[in-house]
Design a protein around this ligand. Structure first.
Ligand code: URP
Ligand code: ZN
Ligand code: ZN
Ligand code: ZN
Length: 466
């Protein structure tokens, strides 16, 4: 009666840890209980944790970059890497380029993803050109079609929106019940600081961090929260790197605002000193906001522990390091400002939080599940994902908490040529990963077919629903 049974495991949800068997049929979880009969296939999970597959709601794959710069992952390698890292669903951004219609952008992304994916995917939009047609017709139509969230940028030339444009875009979210994500850094302040550093001849990768200090993120976070308050919409503050920005979220919540905070592994594990490594190796750590220092790492951990951050995402945004199309492009070698922003991390997100968070006693297993799967699915309207419960998609990761591994890029599955976490020792790893009832990774070996992952339209976020 079952296609697949997972026996003898310790199941964790966002609220509970318990021993039970899971019965799977037609891609869904159909029974959870003791001593279930064998299925067509039965997996023994003795000594292991059985968790919902990770949902990584902030990744970049196949995203067009500047001239000559190429993202290191398309959907094939990006979702393969995600899968090996215990994920069964990722939410990549679909970038609208200037002058491009949103529909055109979505169609192009679907063409790239079709038949290529090892995990399910669901796109957020990035609105970079909020013309009257985009705000009046295109965006509302896409929201109605299940693209129920979109990101706006306060930084990056060519992407950033001004305050009037952010207000107008947030107003679309208000009218359509969509959710807005904001990248909070003050572009004008950054440009001022870049000018200063460049005129002083300070062009090495470290200056990337110096020109994007905490204050530019704090100010923009405050402004994004204020603009959302003016329009009266909930807002997601993505990739928060420091305590001052976290405090802005706390303050907005104290005013009764609906705000969700997200942080990422790089803000727990890396610092600006990593950008100082010699021979331009610092370029490997260039992302925005930049990694900070030990004190801000601690502040981010507090944000995780106290629930300021409900999302822990990778912000996977991979570029090759040693390649003219990546970090060390011809212009990148002349100044930090031309190093593409972003680092790989979709495969290491879960093992890092499991090892540093759960194994070191900072968070418990239900909080881990909430931060890495359940909250993402719930917030972004993936109603059958992120939970182990009857009726849910059978998207499951079986973890061996005893496995000790040293993270090496050679062992990962993305398309980049490095990991920023090279040499990091972790305990606990997802050894078997199941997507919609299909075993995709079996004791560390890829056994599932490419194309098994599909695009999923999403319901409205319960946070934003009118
Ligand atoms: O440096 C980063 N984070 N690159 C990815 C794009 C973004 O801002 O999320
Ligand atoms: Zn961003
Ligand atoms: Zn403030
Ligand atoms: Zn990002």
């Amino acid at each position: 009666m079952f296609d697949l049974v997972i026996r003898n495991g310790t199941i964790a949800t966002a609220s509970d840890v318990f021993a039970a068997d899971i019965g799977i049929r037609d891609g869904r979880i159909v029974q959870i209980g003791e001593s279930l009969p064998d299925g067509a296939r039965t997996l023994d999970a003795t000594g292991r944790y059985v968790l919902p597959g990770g949902v990584d709601s902030h990744v970049h794959m196949a995203q067009p970059s500047g001239e000559g710069i190429r993202m290191a992952d398309g959907f094939e390698s990006g979702t393969r890497s995600a899968l090996f890292g215990g994920n069964t669903c990722v939410l990549p951004f679909c970038l609208q380029q200037k002058g491009q219609s949103l529909r055109e952008a979505v169609t192009a992304y679907h063409a790239l993803a079709e038949g290529q994916c090892y995990t399910d995917v669901s796109f957020h939009m990035i609105v970079s050109d909020p013309t009257p047609a985009v705000l009046g017709q295109e965006l509302p139509a896409l929201v109605a079609d299940g693209y129920t969230s979109f990101k706006v940028f306060m930084t990056y030339e060519g992407l950033r929106l001004n305050d009037a444009e952010i207000l107008a875009t947030m107003d679309v979210a208000r009218r359509t019940g969509a959710l807005v994500l904001v990248h909070c850094e003050n572009e004008d302040a950054i440009r001022y600081l870049i000018g200063q550093h460049e005129s002083a001849g300070d062009v090495a990768p470290r200056a990337h961090a110096s020109t994007r200090p905490v204050v530019v993120e704090r100010e923009a976070t405050h402004r994004a929260l204020s603009l959302a308050e003016v329009v009266d919409v909930p807002v997601v503050i993505v990739h928060v790197s420091n305590g001052a920005a976290a405090d802005e979220i706390r303050a907005a919540r104290a005013r009764g605002r609906k705000v969700v905070g997200e942080t990422c592994p790089q803000y727990l594990m890396l610092t600006a000193d990593d950008l100082d490594r010699s021979n331009w190796e610092g370029a490997k750590f260039v992302c925005s906001p930049p990694p900070r220092d030990k004190q801000e790492q601690d502040a981010c951990w507090r944000g995780i522990e106290q629930g300021v951050f409900d999302l822990f995402s990778s912000d996977h945004c991979p570029f090759l390091f040693d390649d003219p199309s990546g970090k060390l492009n011809a212009r990148g070698r002349t100044s930090f400002r031309h190093i593409p922003n972003g680092i790989p991390g979709v495969e290491t997100r879960l093992p890092i939080l499991f090892s540093e968070g759960v194994m070191k006693g900072r968070i418990d297993l239900p909080r881990f599940v909430a931060l890495t799967a359940t909250n993402h699915a719930q917030l972004y309207g993936l109603e059958r994902k992120g939970r182990i419960a009857v009726g849910m998609d059978a998207d499951i990761a079986i973890w061996d908490p005893a496995v000790r591994r040293t993270i090496r890029h050679a062992d990962l599955h993305d398309g980049s040529d490095y990991t920023p976490y090279e040499g990091l020792e972790v305990q606990g790893w997802p050894v078997t990963v199941i997507l919609g009832g299909t075993v995709m990774v079996d004791e560390g070996a890829l056994v599932g077919p490419k194309g098994q992952g599909r695009h999923r339209a999403r319901a409205h976020s319960p946070l934003a629903a009118r």
